[in-house]
Each structure stands twice: as C-alpha cells, then as structure tokens.
Design a protein around this ligand. Structure first.
Ligand code: AMP
Length: 213
C-alpha cells in the first residue's frame, strides 16, 4: 500500500514496484479515470467529486478494489496506490484482506506540501498508457510526446492549482488520519523520505525499508 499526499510520487513508485515485484498495480485514481473516460454511470457520478478535489464515496471505491483484488492475478499480492484514503476504506480493506488471507505493508512517502504544489504543476501524463512525466525532474525526450508510445501528454483536470490545494486539504482532513489508524491496528509501516531524490533513489529507500521489516 503506497500512502502519501497528491504529488508525493505514489504513482511513479507503484509502477516501479509493479515492474520489480511482478504483481499488479491497483490505482483507484486510474480506475476511476477509466470509468469517467468511458462516460459510464460510475464515471459520471465520480467525475464531479474528482473535479472538485474531493473524495469519491467510500462504497464506490471499496467495491472497485474488492472486485479487483478477487481477480486471479492478485493471488500473489498487489500494490495499492491511492487506497485506502479514509478510515472507512481502511476498515473495508482489512476485512477483504483477512478473507483473502493477505497481510498489508504500508509505505508512507513523506514530502513537503510546498514541493508537492510545484511538482504537480509540472506533471504530465500519457493520454494512452498513463506513464507519468515531470517537466523538471523527468521530462519526455520530445516535448509533449510520450517516450513509450508517441501519444500526446496531457495535464489532468484535477492537477490545476486550485484543485490541488483542495486535494491537499482533503488529504490532511480525511486521509492522513488513516496512517495512525493503520499503525494502531498493527500494520507494518515503512516511513520513506520522498523529498529531493530521484525516483530510483526513492525506490531504493523503499526496498531497504521492506527488507528491514
Ligand atoms: P489520484 O490519481 O490517486 O490522485 O486520485 C484522483 C482523484 O480520484 C482523487 O482526488 C479522488 O477524487 C479520486 N479518488 C482516487 N482514489 C480514491 C479513493 N481511494 N477514495 C475516494 N476517492 C478517490
């Protein structure tokens, strides 16, 4: 489970860990964006919450994650990115994991909020494969184009500054208490410094911490 505020590098680290551990990457943000891009009922409902930087109702995301974790490719574990974000979600996850006989390891990426705002302002994402770039720290080889598949890079609607501030407030109010809840209920926790280091260096810190656990 990768935990941290918006812009802390959860998505980048989750993808690196997926490639390293060969287990699925489950991003509730990506799943919800897929529904909004298809314009189905769930997507239409989720879109208004997402556009304003607030959380989609627990029941919706809990169901998405439970269904995904029950897929056979998750039998050997999975990387959760952006879930759980409320104490209710953490409770629901705990119940699902105990039914599946799985335990959880929490990786907390610690970053300064001021850095997050600068980081998100430079964030771009491939419209097709979802690969993330940063114009300063990790730019594409050709401006505006994905290195992997040549598709255009886009700015997410909710990466605009006013929405980012709301997302940080939501994190502070609803999501950061989840960390205490998880630690208090016996989850293993890795605290990883996420400032001023390359994605590869942060991955190494995560690996070191996972081995030490
Ligand atoms: P992310 O890509 O993880 O930053 O998520 C983008 C947006 O999707 C969030 O700002 C929320 O509106 C919504 N979202 C993603 N994950 C969750 C979750 N676990 N619970 C509720 N809303 C979520």
């Amino acid at each position: 489970m990768i935990f941290g505020p918006p812009g802390s590098g959860k998505g980048t680290q989750a993808k690196l860990l997926r490639d390293l551990l060969k287990i699925p990457h489950i991003s509730t943000g990506d799943m919800l964006r897929e529904h909004t891009s298809h314009g189905d009922g769930l997507g239409v409902d989720a879109e208004s919450w997402m556009r304003s930087g607030r959380l989609v109702p627990d029941a919706t995301v809990d169901r998405l994650v439970e269904e995904r974790l029950l897929q056979p490719d998750c039998a050997g574990g999975a990387i959760l990115d952006g879930y759980p974000r409320t104490i209710e979600q953490a409770r629901s996850l705990k119940a699902v994991l105990s039914r599946l006989g799985m335990s959880q390891l929490v990786i907390h990426l610690k970053v300064d909020y001021t850095k997050v705002i600068v980081r998100i302002a430079g964030r771009r994402q491939c419209a097709r494969c979802g690969l993330l770039y940063n114009l300063v720290a990790n730019p594409p080889k050709e401006p505006g184009i994905c290195d992997r598949d040549g598709e255009p890079l886009v700015i997410r609607d909710d990466d605009r500054e006013s929405v980012v501030r709301e997302r940080l407030e939501t994190y502070e109010r609803q999501t950061s208490p989840v960390l205490d809840f998880l630690a208090g209920s016996g989850s293993k926790l890795c605290e990883v410094e996420g400032n001023d280091a390359s994605p590869a260096e942060i991955l190494q810190r995560i690996r070191d911490c996972m081995v030490l656990r």
